[in-house]
Design a protein around this ligand. Structure first.
Ligand SMILES: [Zn+2]
Length: 265
């Protein structure tokens, strides 16, 4: 008999049996064997290894994709039913963008017949599953649970998106402060699930610059509003567990070698 998981649902907050939420959704190809490494192990390993070298590190294995026991059965099937397919559509679109982007003069790609409201709700649901206890997400939980809900407080939340070139799944939850003035801290949470990446900024009005394409306005669409959407071709590489680190492997190797030269012998 499989083990039961009890806890608080990351969306409705009810305590009970939790079901497995795929992060990203199962229909986006997240349904096969994965090995998960902790950021701490990758960072604190004593061996002189590069950030993408995982041989010999402890890992957790899952046979049917990556995810967490984070949602009650009702919320899991509701989000899957209402929003999952739309995420799959964006995922396939992003795959095309990263694999066919050979023309350096092409700056935009168009996704036809998209449902922006469904997509943003699926993405925000994933962030809630990653940080089920995070009270700053309470507004997002209500927004996700109501299929007709529209609009997000733009002073509190900004969601941006980018395309990801390398095959990686990584998230960093809560509290990466990127302001010098503590009263104006902006927090950024990052979710990278090849070929898509997202940054969720909290208190974004304190931040002048941000990475990625702003898709917060997707929240303003009706659930059934279909549209053609043009995205800038913004393709990043993610090779470390640090949020906002988009250095290529070559750039990282160069930085590491420069540091080694500086080290006293
Ligand atoms: Zn629930």
């Amino acid at each position: 008999m499989s083990k039961k998981h009890y806890g608080k649902c990351a969306l409705c907050g009810k305590i009970g049996t939790l079901s497995f939420e795929h992060i990203p959704p199962e229909c986006a190809g997240n349904d096969s064997l994965i090995k998960a490494y902790s950021f701490k192990d990758l960072l604190c390993d004593e061996k002189d290894r590069l950030p993408w070298e995982t041989e010999g590190l402890h890992y957790e294995q899952s046979q049917n994709g990556h995810g967490k026991y984070s949602l009650c059965e009702k919320c899991n099937s509701l989000t899957g039913h209402l929003y999952g397919k739309e995420y799959q559509k964006f995922d396939l679109f992003a795959l095309r963008v990263v694999s066919e982007n050979k023309d350096p003069n092409k700056y935009c790609a168009e996704l036809k017949k998209a449902y922006p409201n469904r997509f943003i709700k699926q993405v925000l649901s994933l962030f809630c599953s990653i940080e089920p206890e995070y009270s700053a997400y309470d507004e997002l939980r209500s927004f996700v649970l109501d299929k007709h809900a529209k609009g997000l407080d733009k002073d509190k939340f900004r969601l941006t998106m980018f395309f990801v070139r390398n095959e990686i799944l990584m998230y960093s939850g809560n509290s990466n402060l990127i302001s010098c003035d503590k009263s104006k801290d902006t927090i950024v949470n990052q979710l990278v699930a090849y070929p898509l990446g997202f940054l969720l900024y909290l208190n974004p009005s304190n931040q002048k610059n941000y990475e990625g394409t702003d898709i917060t306005l997707f929240a303003d669409y009706d659930y059934d509003h279909e549209d053609d959407i043009v995205f800038p071709i913004d393709i990043r590489e993610v090779n470390t567990g640090f949020p906002l680190d988009f250095r290529t492997k070559d750039e990282l190797l160069k930085a590491i070698n420069t540091e080694k030269v500086k080290e006293p012998s």
